[in-house]
Design a protein around this ligand. Structure first.
Ligand SMILES: Cc1cc2nc3c(=O)[nH]c(=O)nc-3n(C[C@H](O)[C@H](O)[C@H](O)COP(=O)(O)OP(=O)(O)OC[C@H]3O[C@@H](n4cnc5c(N)ncnc54)[C@H](O)[C@@H]3O)c2cc1C
Length: 376
């Protein structure tokens, strides 16, 4: 079916209504621009990917709806392979809160709509032709003209490909299960297991904040012995930090790719730009992407606002991934080191360092430090 052409051009077409797309679209609409946000999922509260841990710096700097946030977490327990003799670290400050992501996306989308963003759910971006952007939705294919396009379409961005921008090649995959739990005696705790036979190149985790348990694994897709699903089953069978009650029947499953190669170099051009996972804006070390996507979206909105007001694309040259990437060197080096930890014996040897005072100090810096995505 040939795409019919929609009416007047929009200022900005944002593709993808994850946190990056919602935030960028809202900031632009608040500055008076005409923004169309398209999302292929029919609802924002289904098929959630992220665990939703927000770190202290994000909680300090961004107004997240408090009713969507779980209790604060100050305690982290690190386990070697075999789970014996873990190392416990406790912060003086509230370090993490796990968001209830379905209501958080719904609230964020309401704020976007209130700011004037037109949101089209169940609408897939399908490519670019003759200066228009092709969308496929319930009403059939349409071609939309837009002054700029924003690729907020996740780790495997189609917009990046169509704009000829850089694309993510260094990816982990993660999966987790979420379920409600009865309140127990343990304070809210983030349990992290460093075992490459379970989570090759990353971690297996349990976050128990006294309301929900999140049980997950992530690592390099081609290194899971028996696959990601099998690793998840193995871990869930003996995961630490869970109350001794029967596993509930209702378990929500989440998962997806996580780009950990650092922010990409070319993330903008005269026709648009990338934000969030599409731009590789994820910590290569912790694989946290929620703080980076909010910070990079703010810069994206600034340069797009300037370009729209000026009526020319030059301000987008300030949107420079190469400059941001230079500030990731340390984290990229640590990511390469983590990728080399391929056997439980090597992990156990590396874990021994965490028991020394410098090792504990380094772990505290990573887990409780102030570093986040460099402020653009
Ligand atoms: C299992 C897992 C756990 C994680 N846990 C954490 C965590 O606890 N803390 C943290 O900081 N980070 C975490 N991350 C990373 C974090 O979730 C991401 O970095 C962040 O959510 C990225 O947001 P985004 O908006 O860029 O991308 P997404 O949230 O992936 O949004 C992209 C959106 O684009 C849509 N889309 C894609 N293609 C199209 C198309 N062609 N047309 C229309 N729509 C399209 C998708 O449907 C999707 O809704 C986790 C990731 C995974 C996989």
């Amino acid at each position: 079916m040939r795409a019919r052409t929609a009416g007047a051009p929009v200022d900005v077409l944002v593709v993808g209504a994850g946190l990056a797309g919602l935030h960028t679209a809202t900031l632009l609409a608040e500055r008076g621009h005409d923004v169309l946000l398209v999302e292929r999922r029919p609802t924002l509260t289904g098929a959630i990917r992220t665990m939703g841990i927000f770190v202290r710096r994000t909680l300090d700097d961004f107004a997240l709806p408090p009713e969507c946030l779980g209790p604060p977490i100050r305690r982290v327990v690190l386990y070697p392979p075999g789970l014996r003799h873990p190392v416990t670290l406790v912060s003086r400050r509230d370090e993490y809160r796990v968001a209830d992501m379905a209501p958080l996306y719904a609230t964020t989308a309401r704020a976007a709509a209130d700011a004037g963003v037109r949101i089209a759910l169940g609408t897939r971006y399908d490519g670019r032709r003759d200066g228009s952007f092709l969308l496929a939705g319930g009403a059939g294919p349409i071609a939309v003209r837009a002054r700029f396009v924003v690729g907020a379409d996740g780790a495997r961005s189609r917009v990046a490909r169509d704009l000829g921008l850089d694309r993510n090649h260094h990816l982990l995959v993660g999966a987790e299960e979420v379920f409600g739990i009865p309140a127990g005696d343990e304070p809210p705790t983030f349990h992290c297991v460093l075992d490459p036979s379970l989570a090759p190149g990353y971690l297996a985790w349990v976050v128990n904040d006294g309301r929900h348990a999140h049980v997950g694994v992530a690592g390099y897709a081609d290194r899971f012995p028996g696959g990601l699903r099998r690793a998840m089953e193995r871990f869930a069978a003996s995961a630490p930090g869970l109350p001794a009650v029967a596993r509930p029947a209702e378990v929500e499953r989440r998962g997806g790719p996580i780009p950990v190669g650092g922010v990409l170099r070319r993330i903008g051009c005269a026709d648009g730009l990338l934000v969030g996972d599409a731009a590789g804006a994820v910590s290569p070390l912790t694989a946290g992407g929620l703080d980076p996507c909010l910070r990079l979206s703010a810069l994206a909105a600034d340069v797009l606002d300037e370009a729209l007001r000026a009526g020319r694309p030059e301000p987008l040259t300030r949107y420079d991934g190469a400059a941001l990437r230079a500030r990731f060197r340390g984290r990229l080096t640590l990511r390469r080191a983590l990728a080399q930890v391929r056997t439980p014996a090597v992990a156990a040897a590396a874990f021994a360092l965490l028991r020394t005072p410098p090792g504990r100090a380094a772990a505290r810096r990573v887990l409780f430090g102030d570093a986040s995505f460099p402020d653009p």
